[in-house]
Ligand binder design. Structure first.
Ligand code: BJW
Length: 236
């Protein structure tokens, strides 16, 4: 891995699993306990807002109790020390990358810690519950929802992501099943651009065959090892 200057890292629920945050599609994961159509679509929210707000209140409260693990710490170290471009695109709505100290983070599926007012479009930092339909701090309408991207909605900052992929020399995917688009398609975009690709995941994902290299194991071990390699041998 010589001549690597610009890196795009994509992270998914697997990087936060060892912090105690449930993944979506594993045995006992969130989608075994809840129907996706009920809690992760705008139609589900319109049908039963209380169910959806309760689901996200519960997860927001749980996430606030969790701590970054060695994989988040390693990505933060890469962020601090890597002299080339780096974009950490996370599908996660937790803030564990930031709490580990990473700065170059983009939340393509939004964040639990914002409320989005569908009346005035304001986004407000939010750590409390929404089930009691609190007023928007900006316009006072009782129209807040979690600032997360549901199925059928457009993920955030796609232009910035594709532009970073176009400039990248290396695309690394960590702890994601490759089941959800457009993130699942980034590796193919990278391959078409002749960019080096690497997967770090507990097991081979749905998209493993698209990567040049795939390493299996827990993120808390694979990610620090990979970051050591990059900071020891990469062109900085
Ligand atoms: C470990 C580990 C450890 C465990 N160490 N690893 C038909 C074909 C193609 C696409 C579509 C289609 N029909 C509909 C679509 C589009 C749809 C889609 O992809 N559907 C699929 C079901 C097919 N996508 C959308 O609607 C998206 N919008 C969109 O496409 O807009 C149009 C558009 C077009 C073109 C360009 C741009 C836009 C929106 C998707 C929104 C997803 N939202 C969610 C919920 C967010 C809020 C919340 O958190 O509740 O995002 S769903 C959920 O899945 C969440 C995640 O970010 C996302 C991905 O999950 P992730 O992170 O991969 O988790 P898991 O559980 O699946 O995998 C964990 C992995 O970790 C596993 O592999 C484990 O092995 C591993 N692991 N422990 C390392 N210790």
């Amino acid at each position: 891995m010589t001549d690597i200057r610009n890196i795009v890292v994509l992270t998914g629920a697997g990087i936060s699993a060892e912090s105690g945050i449930d993944t979506f599609r594993s045995d006992g994961g969130l989608w075994e306990q809840h129907r996706i159509e009920d809690v992760a679509t705008p139609e589900g929210f319109a049908r039963d807002p209380e169910l959806v707000l309760r689901f996200y209140d519960m997860r927001r409260e749980a996430i606030l109790q969790k701590r970054p693990n060695p994989a988040h710490d390693a990505i933060a170290r890469l962020d601090a020390e890597w002299q080339g471009e780096l974009l950490i695109v996370t599908q996660n709505v937790d803030d564990l990358h930031e709490r580990a100290g990473a700065r170059r983070v983009l939340h393509m599926h939004g964040t639990h810690l914002n409320a989005w007012c569908t009346s005035c479009d304001a986004r407000t930092p939010w750590t409390g519950p929404m089930i009691d339909r609190p007023p928007c701090p900006v316009c006072e309408a009782r129209s807040l929802r979690p600032d997360v991207v549901w199925f059928g909605e457009m993920p955030y900052e796609m232009e910035r992501i594709y532009s970073a992929i176009h400039r990248a020399d290396l695309f690394v995917s960590i702890g994601t099943s490759g089941a959800v688009y457009p993130a699942a398609g980034f590796v193919r975009d990278a391959r078409q651009l002749n960019i080096e690709t690497l997967e770090l995941n507990l097991e081979r994902s749905q998209g493993s065959q698209w990567f040049h290299r795939s390493r299996q194991g827990p993120a808390s071990q694979l990610v620090p090892d990979w970051v050591d390699e990059m900071l020891g041998t990469g062109t900085r």
